[in-house]
Design a protein around this ligand. Structure first.
Ligand code: NAD
Length: 323
């Protein structure tokens, strides 16, 4: 039986990844600083521990582990990552986790380690035009990410690649582009755009108004979480080291995202534009490399994933309102 550790298993993508590995017959140990918020814990063993502490990392390897999936990070949406208020914590915490898990994996002779990087590594100057952002993998240098979160991800990509080069660990790196879906943060300040929009629309009356940061003309693409997990598994099973984009090419403006969610909800919703942290003007995944190397592309349109996500968030909103 193959064995894996999923770091960040108490989080959104980590929880879904554990579920997928279990379906594939793996023995899985999950680890996170907290339990999964929405109970999505299918791991054979779940350790609540702080991966900034290397002795906790070492404790995870009391049996031979074949694969490590490093998804633990100090992260959130624009309201958490792009105000500047959390920069020191984001860099300090994520660097420690990344370094500790990588070094421990080397010492414990892990064969393969997956690292979850981000579209936030791409230079800001290539993402000024909302209709034509450039996010092909090889445009990352000369580096100029627009956030410290992006710089940390880029540094850690390089760190992981040195372990591949010098120690021969099978490193695999995916650059995630806005992953969304049920069982992820939807309230509290760390939620990302799709979840925030679903919550606001769910809370609004038919004919009501919701607030959106900026003019809403900024563009993004969003990938449903099970599609992301499929891409991660293909990458880990391949010979391809990466870094490679894992995202969708179905780009739309935030205003259009609101329209799509309102349609799903069957509500008429107007938008009030307010100042707020925005991130880059345009961003879209460029999937040429992943198509070529892994024969992977999202299998379903954005609206399908949004329907499932809205349904889940709407149920949570209703439950909260009835308390
Ligand atoms: P998440 O916040 O839901 O999951 C991250 C998990 O890491 C959390 O459960 C958190 O408790 C855990 N963690 C934080 N500090 C820890 C510590 N010191 N010790 C142990 N666990 C700790 O985020 P997610 O959306 O599931 O993202 C997973 C990974 O993918 C992250 O590395 C993130 O940066 C990356 N990523 C995500 C997206 C996205 O759109 N969701 C986009 C780009 C990159």
């Amino acid at each position: 039986m193959r064995t894996a550790i999923v770091c960040g298993a108490g989080g959104f993508i980590g929880g879904h990844l554990v579920e997928r590995l279990k379906q594939e017959g793996y023995w899985v140990r999950g680890v996170d600083i907290k339990e999964h918020e929405y109970g999505n814990n299918k791991a054979d063993d779940f350790v609540v521990g702080d991966l900034r502490d290397i002795t906790i990392c070492q404790m995870l390897f009391d049996r031979q582990i074949d694969e490590v999936y490093q998804l633990a990070a100090d992260m959130g949406g624009a309201g958490y990552l792009f105000t500047g208020d959390n920069d020191a914590a984001v860099m300090h915490n994520s660097i420690l986790i990344n370094l500790n898990m990588l070094e421990t994996s080397r010492l414990k002779k892990v064969k393969t380690i997956f690292y979850s990087s981000s579209a936030c590594v791409y230079p800001e100057h290539n993402q000024m035009d909302p209709d034509n952002p450039k996010c092909a993998e090889d445009t990352v240098y000369p580096a100029a990410p627009d956030s410290e979160y992006g710089w940390e991800k880029l540094f850690s990509e390089r760190l992981y690649l040195t372990y591949y080069k010098n120690y021969g660990i099978n490193v695999r790196i995916g650059r995630f582009h806005n992953i969304f879906g049920p069982l992820g943060t939807w309230i509290g300040g760390k939620e990302k755009v799709p979840a925030a929009v679903c919550r606001k629309v769910a809370e609004a009356e038919d004919g009501g108004e919701i607030e959106i940061w900026g003019d809403g003309k900024q563009t993004r693409s969003f990938l449903y979480v099970t599609e992301c997990v499929e891409a991660v598994r293909r990458l880990v099973n391949s010979e391809f080291v990466g870094p490679v984009n894992i995202g969708s090419e179905e780009m739309l403006s935030i205003n259009d995202l609101v329209k799509m969610v309102a349609e799903i909800a069957g509500k008429k919703i107007s938008i009030k534009h307010i100042p707020g942290p925005l991130g880059v003007r345009g961003r879209n995944s460029d999937n040429a490399l992943i198509r070529e190397r892994l024969d992977w592309a999202p299998s379903k349109p954005l609206a399908e994933g949004l329907k499932k996500t809205y349904k889940w968030i709407n149920a949570n909103v209703n439950e909260l309102q009835n308390v």
